[in-house]
Design a protein around this ligand. Structure first.
Ligand code: BGP
Length: 482
């Protein structure tokens, strides 16, 4: 009988990391440079930059990461100690095909991930693999213009085919893309996001709206192709898409603002709707027609989308936001994806991300209704905070425990609402390089990594207070959240 008042017994507790943010070893074992290897460090106030060449003396935090490439056996042992049931990793495309279009895959790269996967399995941790988490070979960025070019679909599909064949039977759950929804003609054109997510340099963008639509479409199509191939390679494969979602509140209760807040969700949902339904949605085509954007969907593409439906939905959730009012323009602030207008009812993290556990329950319920009980997994969630290594060598992070507890309570309520939530993977269970700012200072982990933004520190691992807390949560299947 289904249980609705508690986390199910087979609930997948664990964590999520991405290759470029933790591995380092950027030139080891035949790896080619990737898009993220050309991004400098930054901060909340100072955005990361993309440099054309590698500038001597400039800090590129992804080159070293937290050295997970070498420390993975010990780090995975720590995840095991917490009782992890799964770890979501990403496979860096530039380790497998260093240029993206090489004739043969790089055996050393394939062998490396083979060892990581074996180590996870040996520790009783299921590997969940993301196939694209911003790790495009720089050659594909420079020579093909990344996802702006339809040829990139074939290169990526070949890469996925290689890894899915190589790890067949050992990896059963795959994710095609991480957060492709942040690129859309309806959003402000953001050169850094476009580079990071789509592997397209600023200079390559001629007509932002048209180009962003094309990028989004190519990635959507690539995902569908990969899903179909994954099912062919192993019918037991479960393939998901991961979306970074926010809940949009209207700035006022004026009906026009409410409507606007609803329309603002279109940019986050059109690819998800395609992934789940196998059909590019009419509302997006209507929007494109209104904006003069031309998108040609061939009969063959239509079939591809239909055959590439995902099996589960991954949700990255950090923050809610407020849709700027359309009736009180003078009160509206200029917003960005994660910061934006202040919500007087919510506190924010040190990086301006609103802390809103209730919205997580709301989004889970909305997705459940929209997709008729589809299995869902929270594939990222967590608090980026400044942690202090005390003189006695400990790190006390009660704020992180508080943040997670509140989110777990809302997840429990969502399950009680009937939502088919199958797992929770906390983002950054070990401190790693922040994607948006490139900082180490923005820490998420249960495990502190002694490394600072100036590159100093011996990289030793220290269990924070939240380590024992999460261990207890997992051991009690979420019954004890105290
Ligand atoms: C998500 C990305 C992750 C991760 C996370 C936290 O959007 O998928 O890669 O970085 O955000 O963001 P940040 O590292 O910038 O704090």
């Amino acid at each position: 009988m289904l249980q609705f008042e508690q986390f199910p017994n087979d609930f997948i507790w664990g964590g999520s990391i991405a290759a470029h943010q933790c591995e380092g070893a950027w030139q080891e074992d035949g790896k080619g440079p990737s898009a993220m290897d050309y991004m400098t460090g930054g901060s909340y106030e100072k955005p990361r930059r993309v440099t054309k060449e590698l500038i001597p003396g400039e800090y590129y935090p992804n080159h070293e990461g937290i050295d997970f490439y070498h420390t993975y056996p010990q780090d995975i042992e720590l995840f095991k100690e917490m009782g992890f049931k799964a770890l979501r990793i990403s496979i860096d495309w530039s380790r497998i095909y260093p240029h993206g279009d090489d004739a043969e895959p790089n055996r050393a790269g394939l062998d490396h991930y083979s060892k990581v996967i074996d180590k996870l399995i040996e520790c009783g941790i299921e590997p969940i693999v993301t196939l694209y988490h911003f790790e495009m070979p720089i050659h594909v960025v420079r020579e093909y213009n990344g996802w702006l070019n339809r040829k990139t679909i074939d290169l990526f599909v070949r890469h996925c085919k290689t890894v899915m064949t190589e790890y067949k039977g050992r990896v059963k759950r795959w994710v095609t893309f991480n957060e492709i929804n942040h690129i859309d003609p309806a959003s402000e054109f953001d050169a850094i996001f476009t580079y990071m997510l789509a592997g397209v340099e600023y200079e390559a963008i001629r007509n932002p709206k048209q180009d962003l639509a094309r990028i989004g479409y190519h990635m959507t199509l690539a995902s569908a192709k990969v899903v179909a191939i994954a099912h062919e390679i192993d019918p037991e494969n479960q393939v998901g898409g991961v979306f970074g979602l926010t809940c949009f509140y209207p700035q006022t209760c004026h009906p026009q603002d409410n409507l606007q807040a609803f329309f603002d969700t279109n940019r986050d949902y059109y690819q998800m709707d395609t992934f789940v339904n196998g059909l590019f949605p009419r509302y997006k085509l209507a929007e494109y027609a209104r904006s003069g954007i031309c998108l040609e969907i061939s009969e063959e593409d239509r079939l591809t989308l239909l055959k590439g439906k995902i099996d589960f939905l991954g949700l990255n959730y950090y923050s809610s936001s407020v849709s700027p009012s359309v009736v009180q323009k003078e009160e509206s602030a200029v917003g960005s994806v994660f910061a934006g207008i202040t919500n007087p009812y919510l506190e924010a993290s040190d990086w301006g991300w609103k802390i809103d556990p209730v919205a997580l329950r709301l989004i889970l319920n909305q997705l459940d209704r929209r997709y008729h009980g589809i299995p869902m997994m929270i594939t990222e969630n967590g608090l980026g905070a400044v942690d202090k290594l005390e003189a006695d060598g400990q790190v006390h992070d009660p704020y992180r425990i508080e943040y997670l507890r509140k989110h777990f309570i809302e997840m429990k309520k969502a399950i009680a609402d009937g939502v088919n939530l199958i797992g929770y993977l906390m983002w950054g269970p070990i401190d790693l390089v922040s994607a948006t700012t490139g900082e180490m200072k923005k820490r998420y982990g249960f495990i502190y990594v002694n490394k600072q933004d100036d590159g100093s520190g011996d990289q030793r691992r220290i269990k924070k207070d939240s380590f024992a807390w999460y261990k207890k949560v997992i051991a009690t299947q979420g019954a004890d959240l105290a």
